[in-house]
Design a binder for this molecule. Structure first.
Ligand SMILES: [Zn+2]
Length: 498
């Protein structure tokens, strides 16, 4: 994976923007791209350099037009530049072109920023990853997103589940190789009993959490997390429309019911929803944490000896100020007083990051078509093997055992096979977090309650409050470090694109 090093030092940002010809119209205008990239450059401390744009020209080989701005890049780039692009597809959808550009960057000592991370073309692994992404873009250019959406809708209307049905179900394979969902009886029984206990005996979720944890039935596993059931997860598990055989598409039940067996009735689902989303009941399970990040965000102060403090942030009402007119803003504060930061600002920034993550996942989820487990397992093995071959070829080229042309020919031959495996693997990657949370295409993070938001952060993000210089008065978003720890992403330091 592309590593997460944040490059400091004196660097000049060269921005390259072009109009996207995305058929779905989601592409940002060059002005928007430029503004967003400038903000990233500012937050990284890069000096503003030339801005080069190609208006109205697609980079795909299907468009076939000349791009003067792209040619101009070769005259502009020099050592210690960072070439900034909105995302790789803006730069080039052609594998050959990106390879040439990386070569140019390598020769000039230039780094590449692709919208999420900084790529060092001198690093063979980075080159390899970037070439892979370019291949993916090339593939994508041959499709239309409309077709993808049409497929997703067709799938929904045929009653096929979206992704894995999760707790309560298991996949079975018929003799003809087709896949369907059957009840996982022990899990389905737990769900049935819990729903009945809530509806008829008024049992609390808290009690059910205890029972489920005592029952020894493990919750669906998730990286970085204990397998204990938690309040929010149990609640959302029970609230899934899928349990009543309801297929949801873009937040609405479809006319066609799901083609899998229901565990509870439609009526039970509606009653449960009414009870569990009743705000009065919500208060009853104990004092709800009212602050987004207390106990979650940690202190990022590096101590003597090199360890990071790492203590959980506490809530602190700003102490009494001498001037009564001075605003007193509540703070997140390290219990050892290493760092403190205005809570409202930190919360606002954190919600931006959450929105960004969810958008990214949704985009991927929309593209996903579930595949049988065996197929995925085989694809992983095959991908590993192909990747190893490719990396080996790159090393041999580096060591002079292969010519550049030989390497490129080899790479072009292997890339479609790598892409095929990646597509299979990604299609199965629906993050469990998406099932644990009620966010579908029509709701936003703003609609989720504070418990849900906190659960999301615990599952998906590491949030560290870093020390700032003395006397720093203005809130600096760089002083919080977000790391994606979800099963979805690599551990990537997130930069907002907004
Ligand atoms: Zn500390």
């Amino acid at each position: 994976m592309v590593d997460t090093t944040v490059y400091a030092g004196h660097m000049r940002a060269v921005i390259y923007a072009r109009v996207s010809q995305d058929r779905d119209g989601k592409g940002r205008s060059p002005d928007e791209q430029i503004n967003a990239l400038k903000r990233v450059a500012d937050s990284e401390g890069w000096e503003h350099g030339p801005i080069i744009r190609d208006d109205g020209i697609g980079a795909s080989r299907y468009s076939g037009k000349a791009r003067p701005g792209y040619a101009q890049l070769t005259d502009t780039l020099r050592a210690d530049d960072v070439l900034m692009v909105w995302e790789q597809s803006r730069l080039s959808r052609q594998v050959g072109e990106i390879a040439d550009l990386l070569k140019l960057c390598r020769e000039r000592g230039v780094k590449l920023y692709d919208g999420t991370s900084v790529i060092d073309p001198d690093n063979p692994e980075h080159e390899y990853q970037t070439t892979l992404s370019a291949a993916a873009s090339a593939l994508e250019a041959g499709r239309t997103s409309k077709r993808v959406i049409r497929n997703a809708r067709a799938r929904a209307e045929s009653g096929k589940p979206h992704g894995d049905l999760g707790f309560g179900y298991r996949r079975v394979f018929d003799t003809d190789g087709s896949k369907r969902y059957a009840l996982d009886e022990p899990q389905a029984a737990l769900i049935r009993k819990a729903v009945s206990d809530i509806l008829t005996a008024g049992k609390s979720i808290t009690r059910i959490v205890k029972e489920w944890n005592n029952s020894g039935v493990a919750r669906p596993t998730r990286k970085n997390h204990a397998d204990e059931w938690q309040h929010i997860v149990v609640k959302q598990t029970l609230l899934r429309p899928a349990l009543a055989g309801i297929r949801v598409y873009r937040g609405e039940p479809t006319d066609t019911p799901g083609d899998w067996p229901a565990i509870i009735t439609h009526d039970e689902h509606l009653q449960l929803k009414a009870i569990l989303t009743d705000p009065e009941r919500y208060v009853a399970h104990g004092p709800a944490p009212t602050r987004l990040l207390t106990g979650i965000a940690t202190c990022g102060k590096v101590l003597e000896g090199g360890n990071v403090c790492g203590r959980s942030m506490r809530w602190a009402n700003q102490g009494v100020t001498e001037k009564l007119t001075a605003p007193r803003h509540p703070q997140y504060r390290c219990p050892l007083n290493h760092v403190s930061r205005r809570a409202d600002k930190v919360d606002e920034r954190t919600r931006e990051i959450m929105r960004y993550l969810v958008d990214k996942w949704r985009a991927r989820e929309l593209l996903a078509t579930p595949e049988p487990d065996e197929t995925v397992a085989l694809a992983r093995i095959e991908l590993d093997r192909l990747n190893t071959d490719l990396l080996q070829a790159a090393k041999e080229e580096g060591a002079g055992q292969r010519t550049r042309a030989e390497y490129l020919a080899f790479r072009d031959g292997i890339m479609p096979r790598i892409e095929r495996q990646k597509t299979i693997i990604e299609s199965s990657a629906v993050d469990p977090i998406l099932y644990a949370l009620p966010w579908d295409a029509t709701t936003t993070i703003a609609d989720a309650d504070i418990d849900q938001q906190r659960a999301f952060i615990r599952a998906a993000l590491r949030v560290e409050i870093l020390p700032t210089g003395r006397g720093a008065r203005v809130f600096d978003p760089r002083s919080i470090r977000y790391t994606d720890i979800s099963t979805r992403g690599p551990a990537t330091v997130l930069l907002l694109r907004n």
